[in-house]
Design a protein around this ligand. Structure first.
Ligand code: PGA
Length: 248
C-alpha cells in the first residue's frame, strides 16, 4: 500500500512563495510511489487547486467550520472548500485545540459536516508531555477519538485518516521513539476496534506527525501500523519535502 505523505504549511508562506514552491516541488515528485497531500493556508487554495490539476497531489485545508453558510464571520465551510476542489481538511490539530480552544465537541461537528459534503479529513490526536508522563496517553487518545467519531458510521471511516501527533513532538525537534510510536499506533487501532470493528481497526489509515524530517523519517515510516506522515516544518522546504515524498 502506498505511503501517505502530507505537508502542513500552517500559517507560513505567501502566494508568491507558493508558486515558487510548486514550480520546484511538482517536477521533482513525478515518479513518486507515495500519495502526497499539501495542507495550505486558505489564501493559497484556489491558486493551488489550479496548479495541482493533473498532478494527483491532494489539496488540503487546515481547518473548516461546521455550518454550510450564515453569519459566521471569518469561517469557511466544507461546501466552500469543495467548490474549489479541496480534497481534504485537517481537523483537530493540537495548535487549534490549544491556541483556539477547539473542543472535542466542535471537532465532532466538523467531522459530521465534512462527511455530508464528501470532504476527506485528517483527524489529529495526541497527548501532551504531562499526560504521557502521567501514563494518560491511552486515556487521552481514547477520549479524543471516541468523541470525534461519535455518529460516524463504519463505512464512512474511509474518508478519515487519523494523525497521531504527540503535542510535545510538534515543532520541537523531539520525536517520539519508534517503540513509543508503535505502541501508540497499536493502541489507536484497539480504540477503533472497540468503537467499530476489527476490520475497521485494520483498515483505518494512521499517520505520525511531530518533527518528522528528511533525516529521521525513514525509521518512522517503517514502523508497523504506520501508513504515512504529517509533516509541518520540513514540508516548507520544497527540496527536502520532495525527497521525503520520493520514498522508495
Ligand atoms: P512539525 O509539525 O513537523 O513541524 O513538528 C507537524 C504538525 O504539526 O503537523
Amino acid at each position: 500500500m502506498a505511503k501517505i505523505i502530507i505537508g502542513n504549511f500552517k500559517m507560513n508562506t505567501d502566494i508568491k512563495d507558493l508558486s515558487l514552491y510548486l514550480e520546484d516541488f511538482l517536477p521533482k515528485i513525478k515518479e513518486r510511489k507515495t500519495e502526497v497531500g499539501l495542507a495550505l493556508p486558505y489564501t493559497h487554495l484556489f491558486l493551488a487547486s489550479q496548479k495541482l490539476v493533473s498532478t494527483n497531489v491532494k489539496l488540503g485545508a487546515q481547518n473548516v467550520f461546521y455550518e454550510n453558510n450564515g453569519a459566521y464571520t471569518g469561517e469557511i465551510s466544507p461546501q466552500m472548500l469543495k467548490s474549489i476542489s479541496t480534497d481534504f481538511v485537517i481537523i483537530g490539530h493540537s495548535e487549534r485545540r490549544i491556541l483556539f480552544n477547539e473542543t472535542n465537541e466542535n471537532i465532532n461537528k466538523k467531522i459530521l459536516k465534512c462527511l455530508e459534503h464528501n470532504l476527506k479529513m485528517v483527524l489529529c490526536v495526541g497527548e501532551t508531555k504531562t499526560e504521557r508522563k502521567q501514563n494518560k496517553t491511552n486515556q487521552v487518545l481514547k477520549k479524543q477519538i471516541e468523541y470525534a467519531l461519535k455518529g460516524v458510521y463504519e463505512n464512512e471511516l474511509k474518508n478519515i485518516i487519523i494523525a497521531y501527533e504527540p503535542v510535545w513532538a510538534i515543532g520541537t525537534g523531539l520525536v517520539a521513539t519508534t517503540k513509543e510510536i508503535e505502541k501508540t499506533i497499536y493502541d489507536i487501532r484497539e480504540i477503533i476496534k472497540g468503537s467499530f470493528s476489527e476490520k475497521a481497526s485494520r483498515s483505518i489509515k494512521i499517520l505520525y506527525g511531530g518533527s518528522a524530517n528528511l533525516s529521521n523519517y525513514l525509521p518512522i515510516i517503517k514502523i508497523k501500523g504506520i501508513d504515512g506522515l504529517l509533516v509541518g516544518g520540513a514540508s516548507l522546504k520544497s527540496d527536502e519535502f520532495a525527497k521525503m515524498a520520493n520514498l522508495k
